[in-house]
Design a protein around this ligand. Sequence first.
Ligand SMILES: [Zn+2]
Length: 397
Amino acid sequence: MSNATLPPSPRPVVERIARHIGDPVTRLRFLQIVGPSMVLPPSRRLKYLIPVALGAMAAGLYFGGALLWNAFAARSARPVVRVAAAAAPVVAGPPRLPEVWQVDSSNQAEVYSNGLRIDSHYAVSTHPRAYLAFPVSGAESSGGVRRQDPAGIVFHSTESPQLPFLPGENRELKRAGESMLEYVQRQRAYHFVIDRFGRVYRVVRETDVANHAGHSVWADDQWLYVNLNASFLGISFEAQTPARGAGPDGSGETPALSPAQVRSAAVLTEMLLARYHIPRGNCVTHAQVSVNPANMQAGYHQDWAAGFPFERVGLPNNYFTPLPALTFFGFEYDGFGYDPSQPSPAGGIYAGIAAAEKSLRETAANRGVKPAAWRKVLERQYRRRLAQVRAVEPAGK
Ligand SMILES: [Zn+2]
């Protein structure tokens, strides 16, 4: 249902009330609070609007003080926003991000409004993030734009040994998790780890760089990112990719996650997307971004080459995105014996490789060059970007 199909809205009433609020910030806040109620069906809209309007008049006209008004607005706001969000109609396009805020914070843990709890016992600092992002349409000679906020998320698996997930193993499961976390902390390996019980641990602070992605490449509609340790946050699941052929379907390529791990990944991702306005298309797996500049092969690290539960984590299936390492920089991919001349196996990273190969061949044909020659052009562009990125990375990286 769009706004155009709604009966005449009570908006003028809201605006009349708003005009009585002297302080512009308070007025804006009021309008933001009652704004979402416009998407409620008329009967419910009235139901929620009346208390807000009455409260507004009571506070605004009788008490007048901005302080009292703020106290009222804070109390009234949450139920209205929450109900409105639940009743919002389904519309085309990416779903809107719900508001997620920090409810409580101590040295030990943080709690968020969407149920996320982050344990801080293993938190460490490294050095503050700063990185270059390159405009996709920019000339090869152009420098990047310096940025500080995370541009995306890379999902990993810890590849630590896995015990049977059974009540009788509880003590050993806990011990294995602790030793894994100590290792991750020593290595400054990820920003977050989700253990087998679904507990979320902060390791490297969000403001800092973690050693999670090494040589890597990703791109969205506007920006190219080279080496994602600084530009992307790293979330790792305590999980292990089984040996090839060992999986229940014979593929052996998909680490097993507990349902609690998937639920925690969804609320953690939701919080980070809301906090940093990260595009959903920039939430990808290590196998999708990993490259090896020594031999120009993509997929050097292969965690989550298949089976990452994108939809259950609240993300689109980004395995279908053509791999930017191939389309922008001419990397090749022989992971899992990929052969572009053969029909590609369904699912996982193969979808993105096949799409990228097709795109690269079409671009080469349009330019009247062979794919191999076009790859050489792209490789030069990669080397140039890599040198630019290294120039701003801290020494020793
Ligand atoms: Zn990884």
